[in-house]
Design a protein around this ligand. Sequence first.
Ligand code: 3HC
Ligand code: NAI
Length: 697
Amino acid sequence: MSASYEVRGAIAVITLNNPPVNGLGYETRKAVAAAVEKAEDDAAVKAIVITGAGKAFSGGADIKEFGSPLALAEPNLLSLIARVEGASKPVVAAIHTVCMGGGLELSLGCHYRVVSPGAAIALPEVKLGILPGAGGTQRLPRAIGVEAALNMIVSGEPVKSELLAQIPGQKLFDRVIEGDLIEGALAFANEIAAARPLPMVRDLKCKHPDGDAYFGFARNTVNAMAKNFPAPARCVDCVEQATKARFEDGLKVEREAFAALMLTPESKALRHAFFAERAAAKVPGIPEDTATREIRSVAIIGAGTMGGGIAMNFLNAGTPVVMLEMKQEALDKGVGIIRKNYEAQVKKGKLKEDKYAERMALLSTTLSYAELGGADLVIEAVFEEIGVKRQVFEQLDAVMKPGAILASNTSTLDLDKIAAFTKRPQDVIGMHFFSPANVMRLLEVVRGAKTAPDVLMTVMKLGKKIKKTCVVSGVCDGFIGNRMIEQYSRQAGYLLDEGCTPQQVDKAAEKFGFAMGPFRMGDLAGNDIGWAIRKRRYVEKPDVRYSKTADLLCELGRFGQKTGAGWYDYVPGKRDAIPSELVNDMLVKHRADLGITPRKIGDDEIVHRLVYSLVNEGARIVEEGIALRASDIDMVYLTGYGFPLWRGGPMNYADTVGLWNVVQAMKKFAKNPADDQAFWQPAPLLARLAAEGKSFS
Ligand code: 3HC
Ligand code: NAI
């Protein structure tokens, strides 16, 4: 059932019923149009109420239909709204919980709107790289004023219904209903049943007193903020039309912009990311309604860089945290850094004093394992050494209550080995946070061979609560993100061997859209971390080739920002990366030692070599089952590694280029004698998909 119909007294009630959020898909649109007709044909019906079943009035057009003929099948959303607006009897939208996109546009086509307080009202299309395409840019400015509407349309952010109802002179809501919404809507509908002519938002005036100046300012602001996304600027154009053109003409401009934006790679990438984020929360074979464990308190071992950041996530969510260290000084230092972080937020006005106090009151510290036993979850963030992890997990096994979840934040060690230090490997899991852990959205949830399904689902749910994007990873060296970044770094090193400077590579990567190129990233994270990993690799995998440039850099003690010098030079107290003559000379000498004549490498080649090295390793990771799906890899890179959102992640980017083209480029790279032939061997999954003309998605 996609919409239900019932008559209550003189009022017909049409209820959208298309779970989970009453998306306005074809069947629903058809059912609503038919129900309006039925109500018109029934002489006993004097007015119509449209509402939504379940947890939304409507989340908007059915995004799952985008790109399919169903999205346009009549009645399409525009036709449906015109049908409702043209109804011979008054139509009242009864809005609650969530009213977004096409859902808000449908309600703006109704003659009246009543609303529950607390409903989230939005035109979030811009977040999908499009704009409201069913009259939203034309009707919302008429209902709440040009500036308030434009703010909502270009930001896509929801606004609470009671705030919108307070806008002076607003015509969006006719009544805020505190109690039972349907009863209130029925009473309202009975009151206005005889009113004629029927009011229409399209007939309202829409002007801005300083039109040209205001839209000029809005355009500049939006262009500066939207950067690589085309939709926000088009929103400004459409709203300007609402103030200058006749309603029908404005609608036409909106429709054309909507159709054009829908085809842009940016919109495709954003829609991919929307579904990828939701897909990542699902684990095949584990039902979503699996009973999870209650997490009321958290213990953290290690109050260093990661431990402190991890603690803040839970304090922010109102969960008590106890931190354990070996020495009081380490605890004091860790707590001091948490305090400093919160104080900085208070200073910037991002956190109220009383909230800061509340959060700190949830934090306690201890030097004794005996005091941790009652915690529901313990997260270990001590030194990255298997011996230290062993000590910690043996002690945790001895003190933690039965059923407690034992998590490790290890970034490289074998989680199954760590689990085997306990007698309860089913309760052990990896929670791989990214630094700074209180800021970065990504949480790789590492599923050990013996991790119990309910432990996995508990951590996924908890991750959502602390506002992380959780991606499940199997156990392997580096998990998903770091395993891939190692290949990217290797390729970045070869580029230096062949003739690039660090700044040339970084510039090309940043022009492509990476938040930071590989060398600036190395300087920020610390080049010594990669050095330690390579030293391990030289022993474990002596056949794997690396450029020696990064080792030479580290031998000079240039670990990055923390030592005041890395691939770049730094001025004390500043983070600006200054090209280094010393590094340049080091590279020139290194190439001479290798007998390489440097060549000029173009930006396209730089970017493709970097990105395809991610894609190839990503394909291996999917094939091995380390990642559950290719789109999970995209989420890892979008939320943890600064991959440009408008490109949708490395795997989506490869799909956009076409996998056949990706493989062709890799074959060409393999022919370059200065590059690494084995490196460019296409992963079997990539080769197969490319040969079959398929994509990762
Ligand atoms: N169409 C189809 N499915 C939708 C949907 C939509 N508009 N919005 C959400 N869903 C689905 C999700 O894909 C997810 O499905 P799944 O369970 O199969 O993974 C399910 O609803 C639940 O979604 P969330 O996990 O996001 O649930 P929340 O309760 O956290 O949030 C929400 C609900 C606020 C509605 C949020 O999903 C959201 O922001 N949705 C997008 C809304 C949107 O962008 N609307 C505009 C659509 S474009 C449009 O209307 C064009 C028009 O102008 C012509
Ligand atoms: P850190 O050196 O800043 O902090 C480690 C803390 O653990 C120190 O305060 C130390 O005193 C304490 N510690 C050491 N042994 C202990 C023990 N036996 N009992 C109690 N406390 C002990 O290290 P950092 O960077 O916080 O890393 C911690 C873990 O997080 C490591 O496993 C690391 O691989 C992982 N990680 C680090 C990331 C980073 O960017 N720094 C990112 C993701 C994971």
